[in-house]
Design a protein around this ligand. Sequence first.
Ligand SMILES: [Zn+2]
Length: 170
Amino acid sequence: MNIKCLTLGPLKTNCYIIEVDQGTIIIDPAYNADLIQKEIGNNKILTILITHYHFDHIGALKELETYYHVKAQDFKKIKNMIVIPTKGHSLDSLTFYFPQEKIMFCGDFLFKNTFGRTDLPGGNNKQMLDSLEKISKYPLDTVLYPGHGEKTTLSLELSNFPEYKDYLLK
Ligand SMILES: [Zn+2]
């Protein structure tokens, strides 16, 4: 899988452009529709994936849906992808998992060496704990591509989980 990351907008949100067998997918079209379009060129867009609908992840969504004539979250267009609900940062938080490549796009659920804020509307410590529990069952060498900052691995984050849990249980 070819993965390109554009970091866009004032909150430095990661927009990923990924190539799968059937075409191209945009994950979190944060801002700058023009820049995203330029990066994509003439490639065929299958759908646009949104990890969650916070404003800093969807700034260019409407424009790109119209431009490419696609619907967001059209999951059936993508083979070999599992959608994992990972609430805690927001009620609509999803993680997109590609098991063959062992890659996850996790939005603001997990970052390198930290987890997403739970103090925004829809955020919830208990749900974050449940999501950490859920994600810990996946292969340790899974690479996580978050909504902000650098990529990380599930094994690195699992080593942080005791600390995360302490914080969330307070
Ligand atoms: Zn967010």
